[in-house]
Design a protein around this ligand. Structure first.
Ligand SMILES: Nc1ncnc2c1ncn2[C@@H]1O[C@H](COP(=O)(O)OP(=O)(O)O)[C@@H](O)[C@H]1O
Ligand SMILES: [Mg+2]
Length: 273
């Protein structure tokens, strides 16, 4: 079948990692990882602490370069592009360790994101973008506070606002729900869904399993830098390999021996990583 006869719903790869490895001092933080993200999907990424999730986000965003392997965005190899060039192409990311500009107010912090991600923006356009995204993440009423006057949860919201201000085609979220109350997590899930409904592809790294399970079309699991699973949320969260990765083999065997299906894995996995 020729390309122009493909059904309009045919999936299209927006981002692809091919055998990507990142070593720090000889130790692999990301180890021969390959996967593809389809345009329009929400891909969840989970894994215990130190699994390589943030490193992977940095390899896509451009703040780290792979030791080997290829990162492709919309078919183009972007390995060697600096972060601002990747932002112009449509890659927006948040940072797990938030570092707002403390001398700037919140609105100005978001304007920096707008300027970083979009070319030729005027100051008034950047202001408009900033106010729009601040309202969207629930920070409009704090627009004039300084970067160092925010709570942890609000700093996470600021990260999302800065990334959204870049007008991304793909949004990479690195643990933006850490420190949120359950009600705030519910709001954050709804925000991710609405961003995705607007046509933005989302890669979401998160420890909060309830959030990952409800927001993701597919889930990828990293463990010691390697991809150990990639499937639907239900399949991944009941995969013995994944349960073992979170609990250690011994506990998994004990759990299996108990054969107690009363508590879904998603409940006890939470908070372990
Ligand atoms: N800049 C760095 N220099 C040295 N080691 C690093 C650096 N960044 C990450 N690592 C190491 O790489 C591994 C993966 O870290 P990270 O990607 O932050 O994991 P995760 O986000 O899954 O918790 C860890 O062992 C971490 O110590
Ligand atoms: Mg991390």
């Amino acid at each position: 079948m020729s390309a122009n006869l493909s059904p309009p719903t045919a999936s299209e790869t927006i981002l692809e990692l091919q055998h990507v490895t990142k070593r720090y001092g000889g130790l692999p933080a990301v180890d021969d990882v390959s996967f593809a993200v389809q345009r329009g999907e929400v891909l969840g990424v989970i894994g215990p602490n130190g699994a390589g999730k943030s490193t992977m986000v940095s390899l896509i965003g451009g703040s780290a370069a792979p030791t080997s392997g290829k990162v492709l965005f919309q078919g183009q190899a972007i390995n060697t592009l600096p972060p601002h060039r990747r932002a112009h192409l449509g890659i927006g990311r948040t940072f797990q360790l938030t570092q707002p500009f403390t001398g700037l107010d919140i609105r100005e912090n978001v304007m920096v994101g707008a300027f970083f991600g979009r070319r030729g923006l005027s100051r008034s356009q950047a202001l408009h973008v900033a106010d729009e995204v601040l309202a969207r993440v629930g920070l409009a009423h704090k627009a004039t506070l300084k970067g160092d006057q925010l709570t942890v949860a609000d700093r996470k919201r600021l990260e999302v606002a800065r990334a959204l201000a870049m007008d991304p085609r793909i949004l990479l979220l690195d643990e933006v729900m850490a420190g949120l109350t359950p009600a705030e997590v519910t709001d954050a899930i709804e925000l991710i869904r609405s961003i995705n409904r607007d046509g933005v592809t989302v890669l979401v790294v998160e420890h909060i399993v309830r959030a990952i399970a409800s927001v993701s079309d597919r889930v990828l699991v990293l463990h010691h830098g390697r991809k150990i699973a990639e499937d639907t949320p239900d399949t991944v969260l009941s995969d013995p390999k994944v349960i073992e990765a979170y609990l250690g083999e011994r506990y998994a065997k004990q759990k299996q021996a108990e054969k107690d299906p009363a508590q879904p894995a998603s409940e006890w996995m939470e908070g372990l990583a």
